[in-house]
Design a protein around this ligand. Sequence first.
Ligand SMILES: Nc1ncnc2c1ncn2[C@@H]1O[C@H](COP(=O)(O)OP(=O)(O)OP(=O)(O)O)[C@@H](O)[C@H]1O
Length: 480
Amino acid sequence: MQKEMEPVGALSKVDGVGELSDQAKAWSEACRHLSPMVGSDAFERWFKAAQLGRAVDGVAVVEVPNEIHQVWIETNYIDELRAALGEVFEDLVQVRIEVVEAGEARGEGADAEDAGEKSPDWFPETLPDEVPDRFDKRLKRAGLNPSFTFDGFVVGANSQFAHAACEAVADGRGGAYNPLFIYGGPGLGKTHLMQAVGQEWLKRSVPAKVVYFTCERFTNEFIEAIRKGDLARFRNRYRSAELMLIDDVQFLSGKDRSQEEFFHTFNTLMDGRCQLILTSDRPASEIKQLEPRLVSRFECGLTVELQPPAFETRLAILHKKVEEWGVRVEEGIVRMLAERLKTNVRRLEGGLMRVGTYASLAGERVTQEKVEHLLRDLFREENSRQVTIDSIQRLVAEHFDIRLADMTSRRRPASIAGPRQVAMYLSRTLTKSSLIEIGEAFGGRDHGTVIHAVRKVAGLMETDGELRDRVERIQSDLRR
Ligand SMILES: Nc1ncnc2c1ncn2[C@@H]1O[C@H](COP(=O)(O)OP(=O)(O)OP(=O)(O)O)[C@@H](O)[C@H]1O
């Protein structure tokens, strides 16, 4: 349960500000302290567009409009900002700066609905006037990001096969690859590649109807359509296209009604000879609580994997971005980023963007020590292997030589139920997930089953040395 921070009595000093929310009052009060600390010029430049987001559990989140503000404030004014907010919240422990783009919801709940949203308005009825070029208009209408092109994608051994499959679909040789199912970890270019196919279709065939959407959006719009009693319109929108690009299908996990709707959408599109490209963070057969009939539909075309790129590919990606963005970063620093940021191209890009921005604003040579400081959170994320229920289930299944699917199945022989209980125990002790979340992740079991498993494994570990050794070995593998 999160606890909202109570501003100290100082807030009353800004009572005169009328209708403002508590958040706005607290920020206004913090600014009163901050402005003299940083000087009015710096305040105008860096804090005018900022505002206070969440303030819970000792953490105050300051929202800024872009990464330039974020990096600059973190690097130059974090102490002053902490001191100013400390005047307002006496239980302040940490200050975080987050980028919130214009138009995004602010403060509490800003992350829920919009998270992961990548496309602009979906099939707007009228196109906005500010889009000057016709091709740009068509990209926008399809929901495509103009920078996700084949030219902008660096191919390495990690992506060769996926790239070749996408090129085949792009130039019409991919008839048998339907659906094309691309899977791989976060930030490895799945969306980029699938949208590159979309751009090619739009370029070549003039009236091609290309549509991109995320499964999160599909689910949200489906719920909304049910609420408004407007399913016919929803179906009309989702069931007519020549090329349908469907991102993040793992989002359908456990959402039974959306899966049912999606199943019919999928069939209608396939019957209508629509080419489909799907992406997921894992193979279809490993998406939990996904109906078997959907798994088999997803697997009936071609499945390709995107893996993390090797050092040379990471370097080539960085060189390409340096050129594209026109940033000036020394080769030694570029190599340092390629060496240290290995698992996620989005993070690699983020690192380069921050260093490049800093270099141009500070007008000074960026040293390796500076980069250590600027990117400390990215380096930390890179090094800390996050223990998730998912990784626990995988590793326990491997250690006990059972199928991953048995973690969520109803099967009860001791050779399966035992390891499953070990996995529940580890999920409870190594992650922050609640009993209910753990039960859900293990095939929709109730929280009593999880409590029983945790107690049982903890008790057995007291008396059974062999089991204890096994569990400890799994624990240390998880942390590695
Ligand atoms: N091989 C590559 N060459 C150039 N840019 C790349 C490459 N791979 C990824 N990128 C860039 O990295 C960023 C993240 O890629 P993308 O959004 O396609 O990842 P994703 O796999 O869809 O991630 P997620 O699963 O988190 O949605 C994008 O800006 C993309 O342009």
